[in-house]
Design a binder for this molecule. Structure first.
Ligand code: ACM
Ligand code: ZN
Length: 530
């Protein structure tokens, strides 16, 4: 009896070792190549470990182990080491580019090699999708993945001014970005309806500027009704909280770029320090959405000193290469009749108020450059002349992005018609949560060509793509998830896989991410899955 039992077991083991599990492997964003073998498997037992070949990889290995734990039902042990049976071995391979990786599944183990810790982490995010797809089969097919991003900048913006997110919610947002290989979190921290970053030198910004008296009900363009409820008291990030978020993002290889809006979208600052405005009094934190005539006064030297003081603390808190200084939607109405602004125009020999805005933005850029950092501004920074070293975020007029690229400025493409995730994602809006308008389904996001009509060398200044989530009508995290997922997957493919896109194939490959959305309890839009 005993010998028969052994021979049956041996036969079963041999079959198990030679047959690949019947699973669909799909990775988003699309890798450069995936090759899956017909024979052989890596069994998903209960003793998988993660081995880091160098000290610096222990942290990303631990982040991954925790993520894998939610799929496997146990958190794999993380340890130093280079090889071992049933191990996921991670190492840096200097022959690869920084974000590039190789993922290899063999019978005895899995290896992930990256050009840096970031490359390793991207490889582990791909492995996470493969794991969830193979979980029910109990084994992975033998496979090799080669992968690297097309664009170096792949960003997503979150507005926390119109509606706020707690530190834990911001961390969840960062988790979502890293799952999609987005490498930049653009944090929109100040606006007319709320100032959300502590500035020690100017405490009123968060004592007064974080809170609005009430909030408009319904669509701001039509409604004159308000809810009568104060919003925003205490809704800001302390320095410690910001450091915590920056660290959390860095552990997931995401750079956090803070945005401090100027000279427009500054009503919350003016309500806190009225002397910053042209009139010098009568300001309140905005209670409705839109563009407001009251903006900072570039005629006053104290306004320059104010923003420099704010930037000093921001630069100290954020290790990012870039600081975003806004520059969008700044009406010139007040400047036209302001004696300070008119005196500045005269003294500096400027042609008009557009040149005054450009003069102001250039001053701020010089200050930021003197601290070793670079600036990003919205496309309006081209009005009145742009400094050649500013990076332009093009959001409304593709022709401005094209012009900036031809001028040689670096450009990030965020065309609202493809990349604004506050827009509706279904034509029939009756079943959708109330939104600002527009229609940007996943297929539209996916169809975005950030190069537009640029060809040849003119494409070089385009460093990448981004999507924005403005929050006028998006109050809570569940709604944030719904607007972002799965559109961010399409955007991530525009950034990571620009040269290998295929929409039908993308939808088929979305199964793994969808399962991860489910495991994490995210509230995602289902239109492409129906
Ligand atoms: C913007 O949407 N105002 C950049
Ligand atoms: Zn003025």
């Amino acid at each position: 009896m005993r010998s028969i039992f052994i021979s049956i077991m041996t036969f079963l083991m041999m079959t198990a070792c030679t047959t690949a599990p019947e699973v669909n492997i799909g990775i988003v964003p699309a890798p450069v190549s995936v090759s899956v073998k017909e024979h052989g498997r890596f069994a998903l037992g209960d003793n998988i470990t993660v081995k880091a070949a160098s000290e610096d990889l222990l942290a990303p290995a631990a982040v991954f182990a925790e993520q894998a734990g939610r799929i496997l039902g146990y958190v794999p042990e993380v340890m130093s080491g280079k090889s071992g049976r049933n191990a996921i071995c991670v190492s840096v391979d200097p022959s690869l580019e920084k974000e590039e990786y190789r993922l290899k599944v063999t019978r005895s183990g899995i290896t992930v090699r990256g050009g840096s810790g970031q490359g390793v982490f991207h490889g582990l995010q791909s492995l996470r999708q493969v794991l969830v797809e193979c979980k029910d089969a109990g084994a992975l097919p033998l496979m090799t993945v080669e992968d690297r991003p097309f664009f170096g900048y792949r960003g997503m913006m979150l507005d926390v001014c119109r509606h706020f997110s707690t530190v834990d919610e911001v961390k969840e947002f960062i988790d979502i970005l890293s799952m999609h290989k987005v490498n930049t979190f653009h944090w929109h921290l100040t606006d007319d309806q709320g100032w959300r970053i502590q500035i020690e030198k100017y405490p009123l910004l968060t004592e007064k500027g974080a809170e609005r008296k009430e909030t408009v009900i319904g669509h701001a363009s039509k409604s004159r009704e308000y809810d009568g409820k104060p919003y925003g008291k205490g809704m800001y990030y302390t320095h410690d909280q910001i450091r915590d978020v920056v660290r959390y993002a860095a552990d997931r290889y995401i750079e956090v770029i803070p945005e401090i809006e100027m000279p427009g979208h500054t009503l919350a600052a003016l309500a806190s320090y009225p002397e910053l405005g042209c009139k010098g009094k009568g300001y309140a934190v905005a209670t409705t959405w839109g563009i407001f005539d009251d903006v900072a006064c570039p005629g006053k030297d104290d306004v320059l000193r104010f923003f420099e003081g704010v930037l000093d603390e921001v630069i100290e808190l954020f290790p990012s290469h870039y600081i975003h200084i806004g520059g969008d939607e700044c009406p010139k109405t007040r400047w036209k009749t302001c004696p300070y602004c008119q005196e500045r125009i005269r003294k500096e020999g400027l042609k008009d108020e557009k040149e005054l805005q450009s003069w102001f933005m250039k001053k701020m850029e010089q200050y930021i450059n003197s601290k070793g950092k670079a600036v990003i501004g919205w496309e309006e920074i081209l009005e009145g002349g742009v400094s050649p070293t500013a990076t332009v975020m093009c959001w409304k007029h593709p022709e401005i992005g094209i012009e900036a690229a031809r001028l040689g400025n670096k450009v990030i493409m965020v065309n609202s018609q493809y990349s604004y995730f506050d827009y509706y994602q279904a034509e029939d809006t009756s079943k959708e949560p109330f939104a600002i308008g527009g229609y940007v389904p996943v297929s539209k996001v996916y169809s975005y060509d950030p190069y537009d009509s640029l060809t040849g060398d003119d494409r070089k200044p385009v460093i990448g793509v981004q999507a924005n989530l403005w929050r006028e009508y998006i109050r809570d995290m569940s709604h944030v998830e719904y607007m972002v997922l799965p559109r961010i997957a399409a955007m991530s493919e525009n950034g990571w896989s620009y040269d290998r896109k295929d929409y039908e194939d993308f939808v088929l490959r979305m199964d793994g991410l969808r399962m991860l959305y489910d495991i994490n309890g995210y509230n995602y839009a289902k239109h492409i899955f129906n």
